[in-house]
Design a binder for this molecule. Structure first.
Ligand code: FES
Length: 104
């Protein structure tokens, strides 16, 4: 797991699973813990504070405190040797906006 700061969506936690990469907003939607300080188990990021589990692909929440919302998940693509984070348009215009996330 790697914490990366982006211009468009702030801090994300980047996870590599096999050949795939996944990204979630680094801030836990329950009480703002840094998800990058947690761990990955069975395709989920586990929050280090109250142990909510967030699906890597969708951000759906499993377990954890009652009422904890889902985490924001971003699609990650590998292209031309770089990683690209797909960020939804705020304006509602069509087409994905790309934000490059460079992994050291
Ligand atoms: S801060 Fe993450 S589950 Fe409470």
């Amino acid at each position: 797991m790697l914490k990366i700061s982006t211009e468009s969506v702030g801090d994300i936690v980047l996870v590599r699973q096999g050949a795939g990469y996944f990204a979630l907003q680094d801030k836990c939607p329950h009480a703002d813990a840094s998800l990058s300080e947690g761990f990955v188990e069975d395709g989920r990021v586990v929050c280090p504070l109250h142990f909510a589990e967030f699906d890597l692909l969708s951000g759906a929440v499993h377990g954890g405190p009652k009422g904890c919302p889902r985490a924001k998940a971003f699609r990650v693509e590998v292209e031309d040797g770089g990683l690209y984070l797909h960020v939804p348009e705020k304006t509602g215009a069509c087409g994905p906006q790309h934000d490059a996330a460079h992994v050291p």
